[in-house]
Design a protein around this ligand. Structure first.
Ligand SMILES: [Zn+2]
Ligand SMILES: [Zn+2]
Length: 306
């Protein structure tokens, strides 16, 4: 487990070029294709969205429920129900207990499905609908792709990177003891996460998690960037929580890059960030699963309690 060769000194341009395809494929490319498809075929017309009406907001809600249920459901079915690859590449060789009395509705998966569909998707949709309404009613600017093609394209990777910084800031905040106990501990019940654990969070966490879409209120962009951000928020948690280093699809091995976040779920105080910026290394919370990292974590814990 290593960081991308982006923030390194001296610069390593060749390594950076070799890494770029791994940044784009597969997750960000899939999110991009789904976002463009949703914007083109499954987003109400701009004229419809100039005023906030229950009809089109309800349509967005159903559209997001269908996308989330389909992708999370298919992933869960593939790795956990069909167990298509058994425990191959699984971080934790055991499976979540089928029955757990302390969980909402009696087990981890049901609890995770509940918070995802009953809280995450409605709250995310509220953020998306507000943003599309702000665009459609002319309250925020609309980037013209023909006039600024380079900026238009660059905004997709920029959205991913800015979302990462936002996620880190919010995540550090909700690890403050009082907020952790009341809010974030719900997500951390999943010490052995599965795909549906990705957005199983307290509603207050959903409100701040999805606020990343407000980026488009202040940075000149196009609604398709906002939809891209939204699809990323909805689907990118899957690889981070699926519980496998690789998901096998026939002969293709889908790299999840999920080890860092798996360690966050099993060790709590490490790897708050997830992605390109080496924030945990800069702030002393990086853990790569090695005995050295274990020793550093133990020393951090001792210095706090001692
Ligand atoms: Zn956390
Ligand atoms: Zn998580």
């Amino acid at each position: 487990m290593a960081y991308a060769p982006v923030f390194v000194w001296p610069p390593r341009p060749r390594a950076l070029l070799r890494w770029l395809p791994h940044f784009v494929f597969p997750t960000n490319a899939i999110v991009f294709v789904i976002a463009v498809a949703l914007w083109t075929w499954a987003t109400p017309a701009t004229e419809t969205m100039t005023t906030l009406e229950p009809g089109w907001v309800g349509f967005l809600l159903v559209r997001n429920l269908v996308v989330v249920a389909a992708v999370y459901g298919a992933t869960h079915w593939w790795v956990a129900l069909r167990r298509s690859q058994g425990e191959q590449y699984k971080f934790n060789p055991s499976w979540p207990r089928p029955r757990a009395g302390n969980r909402t509705f009696g087990n981890q998966t049901r609890e995770n499905v509940f918070w995802t569909l009953a809280s995450a998707v409605p709250i995310g949709t509220a953020w998306e609908a507000t943003t599309l309404w702000l665009f459609s009613s002319g309250r925020i600017g609309w980037l013209d792709w023909a006039a600024h093609p380079v900026w238009f394209v660059a905004l997709f990777p920029a959205t991913v990177l800015l979302r990462e910084l936002h996620f880190y800031a919010v995540h550090r905040l909700i690890h403050v003891r009082a907020l952790y106990r009341r809010v974030h501990s719900l997500h951390h019940r999943n010490t052995n996460p599965g795909p549906w654990s990705g957005m199983s969070m307290h509603p207050l966490e959903h409100i701040v998690y999805f606020s990343s879409i407000a980026l488009h209120w202040v940075v000149l962009s196009h609604p398709v960037h906002a939809v891209f951000n939204m699809v990323h928020l909805n689907l990118a948690p899957i690889p981070g929580h699926v519980g496998f280093e690789y998901v096998e699809l026939g002969r293709y091995r889908y790299p999840t890059n999920g080890h860092a976040h798996y360690l966050h779920h099993s060790l709590f105080e490490v790897n708050y960030a997830d992605g390109v910026f080496p924030l945990d290394r800069w702030f002393g919370s990086f853990h790569d699963g090695s005995p050295d990292s274990d020793a550093r974590l133990a020393a951090r814990r001792r210095s706090r309690t001692g």
